[in-house]
Design a protein around this ligand. Structure first.
Ligand SMILES: NC(=O)c1ccc[n+]([C@@H]2O[C@H](COP(=O)([O-])OP(=O)(O)OC[C@H]3O[C@@H](n4cnc5c(N)ncnc54)[C@H](OP(=O)(O)O)[C@@H]3O)[C@@H](O)[C@H]2O)c1
Length: 304
């Protein structure tokens, strides 16, 4: 089976590519730059092109069976008005162009895995959210909704569309965990705001395994939360990070107003959060390797 991945050179894609190639899939990664010296996942074929623009890459993409869209400018920074445009265009235009590429060969049976995020649901305090919950109304929620709507257009010609909503992905190299642990290792770890906000997360191994599992569920389509069954509150996340890293949390909580001052609107993502449950993955029988945060952190942070 041939897999085409946009945004596959990043944090999630590097791990996923390794898993896919190890299982015998032929993987092609589309990247905006093949400049020498850049780190690129091994085992895949490469195509240079900008997924936010139509181009010759679309003809080559059409000859694949499985499509995974991982492109997106990072949300982990202050969002200026211009950067919000980049956040939207890097996701929505890419999905639009990928869906257009899929339409070039309507004979082939195809699967599209579109990725969005648990930010789809907006902020909900303690309410448990499964795939039936509606989209929220803040910037990220509307972005996730529009991103998924673009992907669903591929259903018009019979493509099986899986709309995966990722929690925060915890992995060994890069991603949110790197940022958190570098603060804790310097003794700067602390609770954020009142610490009651929920943190929906997934171990990178479970994410890659769950995506492979969904590819093999031939009847499955629609939204699916890719999160661990046990989200935690920021208080618990802070405690566990301190414990696993053996760095006692000595600093007082970082006040919410200060975080908003430093990070602007993005600060809300860290201060509010959502409590998301992977009901679909559980009902399909996906066997989580790391359902508990403590085990996930021990696995990721205690390797030599
Ligand atoms: N990591 C998480 O915790 C998390 C959580 C929820 C959702 N997600 C979503 O999952 C997807 C993959 O996440 P990730 O952490 O692997 O992302 P990443 O490493 O930050 O980036 C993925 C790839 O997107 C491409 N890209 C970056 N900025 C772009 C831009 N302005 N225009 C076009 N392409 C751009 C880059 O590919 P090239 O430079 O090779 O073109 C990059 O390798 C993203 O859409 C992200 O929003 C991630």
């Amino acid at each position: 089976m041939k897999v085409f991945i946009t945004g596959g050179t990043g944090f999630v894609g590097t791990h996923l590519t390794k898993q896919l190639t190890a299982q015998g899939f032929q993987v092609t990664l589309l990247t905006r730059s093949l400049k020498p010296g850049r780190f690129l996942p091994r085992g895949a074929a490469y195509l240079e092109g900008d997924p936010t623009r139509p181009g010759p890459w679309q003809n080559e993409a059409a000859a694949h069976d499985i499509f995974i869209n991982l492109t997106g400018a990072s949300i982990f920074q202050r969002w200026t008005v211009e950067y919000k445009v980049t956040l939207r265009e890097s996701r929505i235009l890419t999905t639009r162009n990928l869906v257009q590429a899929l339409s070039l060969d309507k004979e082939r049976e195809k699967v599209l895995i579109s990725t969005s995020a648990v930010g789809y649901y907006g902020f909900h305090q303690d309410e448990e959210l499964d795939e039936e919950a509606p989209a929220g109304t803040d910037f990220l929620a509307l972005l996730a909704r529009d991103w998924e709507n673009e992907a669903m257009k591929a259903e018009e010609w019979g493509v099986r569309v899986i709309r995966s909503r990722f929690g925060i992905v915890l992995g060994e190299k890069g991603g949110a965990l790197d940022q958190m642990t570098s603060l804790f290792r310097k003794g700067l770890g602390s609770r954020l705001g009142n610490g009651r906000q929920w943190f929906s997360w997934i171990h990178q191994q479970d994410l890659s395994d769950a995506l492979l599992f969904l590819i093999n569920q031939k009847e499955f389509s629609g939204p699916v939360n890719c999160t661990s069954p046990h989200p935690v509150q920021n208080l618990e996340l802070t405690r566990l990070l301190g414990e696993v890293l053996r760095r006692p949390v000595l600093l007082p909580p970082l006040p919410g107003f200060m975080l908003r001052l430093i990070l602007g609107e993005f600060g809300n993502v860290l201060l509010k959060g959502q409590r998301v449950l992977p009901r679909k993955l559980i009902s399909l029988g996906y066997p989580f390797r790391f359902p508990l945060l403590k085990d996930a952190l021990n696995d990721l942070l205690k390797k030599p």
